[in-house]
Design a protein around this ligand. Structure first.
Ligand SMILES: [Zn+2]
Length: 384
């Protein structure tokens, strides 16, 4: 299912996932049952939930804009029924930058609380509310009820997201703090353990205290994601230790620019490095080769069709850096050189051979909004 792009902020695409369509359906059924105030309560519920999702979106934009400040390429921010996600390029960041990007999300929700609080006071004064009455108003279908509900929702977003567990922002902040002392790999491992321990407590609370299936699912989700985060960082560390020279394919030394196009087909269609006197002079991309041959150009020389604008990497570069380079260049293959001389080609096939585990790819900062949903439900049972 494709997400719908609804706008852009500083070049960052804002997308809505089709699963969001479930939300109003859920509100219509659920709010009527719990609120017991008829159609007015449902309309209020729709407005309230839409605004809460808006707050989640602003939270993700907080991450995205801060990441862009650090020069990270942000692909998009997507809002779905499970929450918000900001997808950005996976680049090595200083612990400080990582912490700032992580904190920018909850900071937005805190700012929203500060902005909304005076309006709640004003609405309360107009409605003749005393201090103690504000809590009773939470989620009643009135203006103070709406404002109080939003303030509570944003406070919950702050608290929940600052829990020191992946995938929450607090997990990233904890990792950044630990990275300063112990390095990224150990820091991540420690953050994963803390996060999983917390998730186990959350699961116990969900079963015995809050009695929320949603919270239980989120706790299980946190346990799984924390594990995946730990594994992704282990893969990354391993890739950083590996030299690309070990994995490059000699591929018969590439092809020469003077050879006929058909010659490049020996050994099957693939991206081939073009070399002259041992130096890389171009790449003959598989698609270009096949297109040219389809147009009957097999007699033409390779030099006429090759891509002369080619970046190469050094045999001592880490597999991790090379992978990032290929991602940035959007290439499936890259020549590997030693002191400027061709030593082999490194391809996506070789990469998947190097690690059969998850491709770190673009990293995603996001969090389940479902938690806010679970707590909102719980709050409503208290407010009644
Ligand atoms: Zn966040």
């Amino acid at each position: 299912m494709r997400s719908l792009t609804v706008g852009r902020l500083r070049g960052i695409a804002i997308r809505l996932h089709p699963t969001l369509a479930i939300v109003p359906v859920w509100v219509v059924f659920d709010w009527d049952r719990v609120g017991g105030l008829g159609p007015g309560s449902v309309v209020f519920g729709l407005l309230f939930v839409a605004l809460v999702f808006g707050c989640v979106l602003l939270h993700e934009l907080g991450h995205a804009v801060m990441a862009a400040e650090f020069g990270v390429v942000v692909h998009d921010v997507t809002l779905s029924v499970v929450g918000g996600v900001a997808r950005m390029a996976h680049v090595p960041l200083s612990p400080r930058a990582e912490a700032q990007i992580a904190l920018a999300g909850p900071a937005v929700n805190l700012a929203l609380v500060v902005v909304l609080a005076p309006w709640l006071l004003l609405a309360g004064l107009i409605g003749g509310l005393d201090g103690g009455d504000f809590l009773l108003e939470v989620l009643r279908p009135t203006m103070p009820g709406l404002l109080a509900g939003l303030i509570v929702a944003n406070l919950m977003l702050v608290v929940f997201n600052l829990l020191p567990a992946f995938p929450m922002d607090g997990g990233r902040v904890l990792r950044a703090v630990l990275t300063r002392g112990f390095g990224r790999e150990t820091g991540t491992r420690a953050a994963v353990v803390v996060g999983q321990a917390l998730a186990v407590l959350m699961a116990i609370a969900a079963v015995f205290w809050i009695k929320s299936l949603m919270l239980l699912l989120i706790a299980l989700f946190v346990i799984v994601v924390a594990h995946a985060e730990g594994r992704a960082v282990r893969v990354e560390s391993a890739l950083r230790r590996m030299r690309v020279g070990q994995f490059a394919l000699w591929d018969m030394g590439g092809v020469a620019p003077g050879q006929p196009l058909a010659y490049a087909l020996r050994g099957g269609p693939r991206d081939v490095v073009v070399t002259e006197n041992g130096r890389v002079v171009g790449m003959l991309w598989r698609n270009t080769l096949l297109n040219a041959l389809a147009q009957g150009a097999s007699g033409r020389r390779i030099a006429e069709v090759m891509d002369g604008n080619v970046a190469s990497v050094d045999i001592d570069d880490s597999v991790y850096d090379v992978q990032q380079r290929m991602n940035d260049l959007q290439r499936w293959a890259i020549p590997v050189t030693e002191d400027g001389l061709y030593r082999g080609v490194f391809t996506v096939d070789r990469l998947s051979h190097v690690y059969r585990q998850v491709l770190p790819g673009p990293q995603a900062i996001g969090e389940p909004a479902g938690f806010a949903g679970a707590l909102t439900g719980w709050l409503r049972t208290l407010a009644r």
